[in-house]
Write a protein that binds this ligand. Structure first.
Ligand code: CU
Length: 68
């Protein structure tokens, strides 16, 4: 069963920001899909098991942004 997790990422301003966040989160083990809304900062991650928030936080920081 796929699990959907919702996060808010601050600091994204354009499609390039969104692509960076999507790319970093996609590298987390078990992640199947990442949906990013630049305007609201809403990030929905689909994965095959519950995600570790710390792993998502680290991925978002790697991209240069932060979890709200
Ligand atoms: Cu940008």
């Amino acid at each position: 069963m796929a699990v959907e997790s919702n996060y808010t990422v601050t600091g994204m301003t354009c499609g390039h920001c969104a692509a960076s966040v999507r790319e970093e989160i996609s590298e987390i083990a078990g992640v199947q899909g990442v949906d990013v809304n630049v305007e609201t900062g809403a990030v929905t991650v689909t994965s095959d098991a519950d995600l570790d928030r710390a792993a998502v936080d680290a991925a978002v920081k790697e991209a240069g942004y932060a979890l709200a």
